[in-house]
Design a protein around this ligand. Structure first.
Ligand SMILES: *[C@@H]1O[C@H](CO)[C@@H](O)[C@H](O)[C@H]1NC(C)=O
Ligand SMILES: *[C@@H]1O[C@H](CO)[C@@H](O)[C@H](O)[C@H]1NC(C)=O
Ligand SMILES: *[C@@H]1O[C@H](CO)[C@@H](O)[C@H](O)[C@H]1NC(C)=O
Ligand SMILES: *[C@@H]1O[C@H](CO)[C@@H](O)[C@H](O)[C@H]1NC(C)=O
Ligand SMILES: *[C@@H]1O[C@H](CO)[C@@H](O)[C@H](O)[C@H]1NC(C)=O
Length: 373
């Protein structure tokens, strides 16, 4: 009887041990597969999908050594001083040039226009922006000084959102910049390109160190801070994919929305045309000027150059320009005489607001014979 009982117990123990072994084996297999799969970037890619691959999320993976200039005092000082203990050299520690790829970018951004926005809030959120909408990175030396020019009339509502989103983005990008809205005085037909020419002249009068000019519509917000607002070897088109065009470039020669030229690139094409009144065409003319002068437009990757546009009715006095199609045929003839070299305007007022500089200007009206064909 007891022997039988013993036998049954032994059998149970054996079964239990076998089961445990099996369980162990299964667990090992699962772990092994998991590690292996991650190694193949199979599941991990899924998880990290919206974290940028080029710039992994900030600090966790960045070695300490790459952080800008907290080295020992005087380490970078060109002076032959042999006394690093004087604390003068510590306070005047020279800054390092800003890194080519700014650390601390976050990649894709959530942009929405439904929450209410006020200028007070923008100011509160950007205490380190100086009067006139100017900023300089405190911890590194930027390579360029960028004037951001916004052609403007009656779009205060959009401007608040633009400033709310762009100031922090530009700060993360370590840009030294000033924001200028070029406000067209009066109610005559709008002229975007001429306003931008005025912006170029007035920004340089304000600070002759600007060497890069970015021209942005007030209703366009970048959806990714890796779209770096600076100038490049070639004229830059930033607004590659807008939501209203299904995040695609509408046509190969599109240069609208947000673009940027260095000072020398801008002067090489004689600036922008002054004679495009009303909506459309001027950006194609600018594209032609660039091509005709042997330059080539550069663009960010389509996944990075995404923009959200604030929806709005078409403005009054900015009707589509009926001559735009014939005018862009003639860029080659017109660009030498029509541009920054022939620009005329009357400055009405410059006012420095906390978050931007407001340049109000009278730029005239379309010649009467062109009023309508
Ligand atoms: C990582 O960086 C973010 C901002 O870039 C900061 O808020 C956070 O505290 C940092 N985390 C660590 C562990 O340093
Ligand atoms: C990295 O920096 C953190 C904070 O500055 C510090 O606590 C840590 O010791 C540093 N690690 C190395 C390896 O230097
Ligand atoms: C720097 O030097 C001044 C005197 O020259 C001294 O009063 C001050 O405490 C020093 N500061 C540091 C951080 O050593
Ligand atoms: C990442 O994805 C989650 C949900 O899929 C989303 O809520 C979040 O905003 C995304 N983050 C970024 C930076 O795109
Ligand atoms: C800019 O200045 C003009 C002229 O003073 C003013 O009418 C306009 O409201 C100002 N616009 C903004 C956005 O500050």
């Amino acid at each position: 009887m007891t022997r039988l009982l013993l036998g049954v117990t032994l059998e149970r123990i054996c079964k239990a041990v076998l089961l445990l072994c099996l369980l162990h084996f299964i667990i090992i297999m699962i772990l092994y597969f998991d590690v292996y799969a991650q190694h193949l970037d199979f599941f991990s890619r899924f998880n990290a999908r919206n974290a940028s691959r080029a710039h992994p999320f900030s600090n966790s993976s960045r070695p300490n050594g790459t952080a800008p200039s907290y080295g020992p005092a005087g380490a970078e000082a060109p002076s032959p001083s042999t006394k690093p203990s004087t604390n003068q050299s510590a306070t005047e520690k020279p800054l390092q040039p800003c890194q080519e790829t700014p650390p601390g970018l976050v990649g894709r951004l959530l942009i929405e226009f439904s929450s209410p926005m006020s200028m007070e809030r923008v100011q509160r959120e950007n205490p380190d922006v100086r009067q006139g909408g100017k900023y300089t990175p405190p911890d590194c030396l930027p390579r360029q000084k960028v004037a951001i020019l916004i052609p403007f009339r009656h779009r205060e509502h959009h401007l608040k959102y633009w400033l709310h989103y762009l100031h922090p983005i530009l700060r993360r990008q370590k840009v030294a910049y000033g924001i200028y809205i070029i406000n067209q005085f009066g109610e005559d037909t709008f002229n975007r390109a001429k306003l931008l020419n005025v912006g170029f002249m007035e920004a340089l009068k304000d600070d002759d160190e600007y060497d890069c000019f970015i021209f942005s519509d007030v209703d366009l917000i970048p959806m990714d801070d890796r779209n770096l607002y600076r100038c490049y070897e070639q004229p830059r088109h930033f607004a590659v994919g807008m939501d209203k065009f299904g995040f695609r470039l509408p046509y190969a020669g599109y240069f609208g929305g947000v673009s940027g030229l260095s000072k020398s690139q801008f002067l090489k094409i004689n600036g922008f045309p002054n004679e495009y009144w009303g909506w459309g065409g001027e950006d194609d003319d600018i594209f032609n000027r660039i091509s005709l002068n042997g330059m080539k437009v550069s663009r960010p990757d389509i996944r990075i150059g995404r923009y959200r546009m604030i929806k709005h009715e078409r403005d009054k006095h900015n009707e589509p320009n009926p001559q735009r199609f014939t005018k862009i045929q003639n860029t080659k003839m017109t660009m030498k005489r029509d541009g920054i070299s022939s620009l005329q305007y009357r400055l009405v007022e410059i006012s420095r607001q906390p978050m931007y500089t407001n340049i109000t200007v009278e730029i005239g009206r379309p010649p009467p014979r062109l009023a309508r064909g």
